[in-house]
Design a protein around this ligand. Sequence first.
Ligand SMILES: Cc1cc2nc3c(=O)[nH]c(=O)nc-3n(C[C@H](O)[C@H](O)[C@H](O)COP(=O)(O)OP(=O)(O)OC[C@H]3O[C@@H](n4cnc5c(N)ncnc54)[C@H](O)[C@@H]3O)c2cc1C
Length: 470
Amino acid sequence: MKKSANEYDAIIIGAGIGGLVCGCYLAKAGMKVLIAEQHNKPGGYCTSFKRGEFTFDAAAHSFGGMRFGPLGKIFNELKIKEKINIYHCDPSDIIITPDLQVSFYSDINNTIKNFQEAFPNENYNIERFFNFLINSEKNISISIRKSNFSQILDSFFSSSKIKSVLSFPIFGNSGLPPSKLSAFLGLKLFKEFLLDGGYYPEGGMQNLANALVEIFKENGGELLLSSKVNKIICDGKNALGIRLLNNEQVSSKYVISNCDMRQTYLKLLGKEFIDKTFLNTIKKMSPSLSVFIIYVGLKEPFYGNYFEPGSNIWYLFDYNLDKNYFNSKKGFFNDINNLMMHIFPDRKSVTFFINASFKNKMYWTENKKVIMNLLLDKIEKLSIENISDNIKFKEAATPYTLFKYTSNYKGASFGWAGITSQLVLPGFIKNTFIDGLFMTGHWTTHGFGIPGVTYIGYETAQKIIKNFKR
Ligand SMILES: Cc1cc2nc3c(=O)[nH]c(=O)nc-3n(C[C@H](O)[C@H](O)[C@H](O)COP(=O)(O)OP(=O)(O)OC[C@H]3O[C@@H](n4cnc5c(N)ncnc54)[C@H](O)[C@@H]3O)c2cc1C
């Protein structure tokens, strides 16, 4: 039966990478699909913006997993390289502490060698650790699912310095120190972000989202921008469609939420449709930390002693990651002793990232500028000399900004916090308790970051296609 203009096989709420990948697969399978996105551009955390001559990625600024994870296979299937050039930055990540510098290279043997030079007493353990990571799929046992990442590190190393250095980029990416991060997620992150990181779409991260939109539309998909969904229509058992902010109703057999889980259940669906135990579980869950971002446009480009654009440059001024986590969580910006710097290809647009916890709009209106300047002073003292004389443009995004643009609960960077107890809970993975309602993206607790949500988008679509064909 032909569908009316206002009737779809599937509606996806949100055009983040998870929603877009899911949409591409559903549309490719011949389904009539609509994506409704609240923002005026697609991508969620994977967008870019311009300020005068400078172009910045708003949040995500590179991705990994083309070689080791399923992301490479999915991008090949979607023929994404026909739309954009993806280049590989080598080294992908550089860690700088007061007394050493180590890098993650595309060739893992170079990475191993580099770590062995920095930690000669750990020669053999470093080799064992990296071999374990490469084979981590085979090594994931039930006990690893119950362990934290510290326990993995402890089984290879005794020196606390190497443990901090190895886990610092994982801490930066997940917002959790190894003592709190699930071993399963830590291994996944290590493999996807560090052993195979540094991929970048030419022209900026927005181009990745735009390429997915093109593929989606070529397969018949429709994208509505600036269209916030404010209700999932449900008869108590089945999802029936959505209602937009302008009160327009659109019906569909499947509804897929790419937005945060609290919003999906508590606001869009409504508490009346949720089992009480499940409701309490959601209310008790903790989100991952958010980030305070400083976007800087320079008068003179970074050359010489500085690094090639594209690498994530991680500065660690205090090896105690638990203390760093505590300071970020409490908002003690005076005591922040770590940050990440990313230089864009023009060598003039630079971003700095510091983990931070959510506070309300009023707090950031009062404190954003002060905190930005305090952090820039710190950056100047600790890392880059004379940066303040070279700044032409500066702006900051707070956890509230991240929330404002994506509606992610508390501006969380990676969905739920990756602690062991929150790893995989019933109802948090793709199927929900309502027939026809699915979740996709980084709130499903299955994985996060671009590689994670790409895979979740793919998997959610496979489930729906199977069900649809039946
Ligand atoms: C500062 C920062 C830096 C990061 N850096 C990296 C990195 O370098 N590499 C990496 O791999 N990962 C990085 N990440 C993580 C990564 O960006 C995310 O895990 C991933 O992009 C999440 O994708 P998603 O599709 O699940 O959700 P999102 O990107 O959050 O997309 C959800 C979409 O849903 C929309 N939406 C929400 N509610 C509604 C509604 N009611 N109606 C309509 N639309 C709605 C939002 O506007 C948004 O577009 C970073 C995250 C942050 C915050």
